[in-house]
Write a protein that binds this ligand. Structure first.
Ligand code: DP6
Length: 339
């Protein structure tokens, strides 16, 4: 099989493409859906795409298959994961006229489904590889919209650096993420990994439970757009402290609304790491914490403080590993194929 897209695929010939995407960390969180069926977020979000962790995904449409098949990290994927991938692949078949089922092989070099945003890099890589394998020459915005329908955070991983996602689809139904011009070249994210296992409640069900039952969901909807605007203003102005403060406030408000619905992603080490970040700040180091739908603590800091922050996090009981990451590139095709 030759690697790369094969738009002029003949019947029986495999059309294959491989894409790489990185996770992203939301500085201003998306939590809650305005429209569940078309997966439109209830609040705007703003993230930074991270180098240092990656998903690589190959999609091959093949006439020998009788259904879409998905291998994640060398193992057959769960029926749920396969069904989510098949929904995206069905959209690609509808748009391209490709009729064959696809074999999808994907791997992450970081823990899957543990709150390290594997669905973001996963669906970004899948959307790009699948459109190319089907011969669709879509621009990044259109691929971002496709990824967003499967997992809204994935829309942001199509782009590198700082990326925003809104809440208003255009009249054509397209809602894509877009790059934000940023002036924070020395922003870094230090990740304190506090569990290697998969999370108990995935983000989709956690946010639906929050919006259906949390007494504080309304308060979250009120505050989130303002915090996102504050993050954006800080990023654009190059104001690291304002960005960090608004980002931490967004994460704490999101988790407060979720916790009130019984959706608790934190473990003991999450709280200890959070306290460590507060202590660092009390001693004058600019470091700010953010947490997603998992127990890890991601610390937003500057290049000059990475070593100190990482050392402090490594000494927290329950912190298993510490990863140092920087803003990274958007999703892209990998001409070398799957390795
Ligand atoms: C806490 O994008 O995974 O990471 O659209 O239902 O797939 P679905 O949700 P997902 O949620 C991400 C939630 C978050 C915050 C964020 O990334 O903005």
């Amino acid at each position: 099989m030759s690697p790369g897209a094969d738009p002029g695929a003949m019947p029986g010939k495999v059309a294959e493409a491989t894409a790489i995407a990185h996770p992203n960390i939301a500085l201003a969180k998306y939590w809650g859906k305005r429209d569940v069926a078309s997966n439109v977020p209830a609040v705007p979000s703003l993230s930074v795409t991270l180098a240092g962790m990656r998903t690589r995904t190959t999609v091959a449409f093949d006439a020998a298959l009788h259904e879409d098949v998905l291998t994640l990290g060398g193992r057959e994927a769960s029926p749920e994961a396969r069904a989510r991938a098949a929904t995206l692949l069905a959209r690609v078949r509808d748009a391209s006229g490709e009729r064959r089922f696809a074999r999808v092989v994907s791997d992450n070099d970081f823990p899957t489904a543990s709150g390290l945003a594997s669905s973001a890099s996963g669906f970004a890589a899948l959307a790009l590889a699948a459109t190319r394998a089907a011969g669709l020459d879509w621009n990044p915005a259109r691929v971002s919209d496709l990824a967003r329908r499967s997992s809204a955070s994935a829309a942001r991983s199509l782009f590198g650096g700082f990326v925003a996602l809104g809440t208003e689809p255009g009249s054509d139904g397209v809602l894509a993420a877009e790059s934000v011009p940023a002036a924070l070249p020395d922003l870094r994210v230090v990740v304190a990994v506090t569990s290697e296992g998969a999370k108990a409640t995935n983000s989709t069900s956690g946010m639906l439970r929050t919006q259906e039952t949390s007494p504080f969901y309304r308060a979250w909807l009120d505050v989130a757009p303002r915090l996102c605007a504050d993050v954006r203003a800080g990023v654009v102005a190059g104001d690291f402290e304002a960005t960090g403060r608004a980002a931490e406030a967004s994460a704490l408000a999101m988790h407060a609304s979720a916790i009130a619905a019984g959706v608790v992603y934190w473990n003991g080490a999450t709280l200890e790491a959070l306290r460590t970040v507060f202590d660092l700040r009390a001693r004058g180091t600019l470091a700010f914490a953010t947490m997603d739908a998992g127990p890890h603590v991601k610390v937003i800091t500057r290049d000059a403080d990475v070593a100190l922050v990482a050392t402090c996090l490594r000494s927290v009981p329950g912190v298993l590993r510490v990863l140092e990451t920087s803003p990274g590139e958007g999703a892209r095709l990998d001409p070398e194929g799957h390795r």
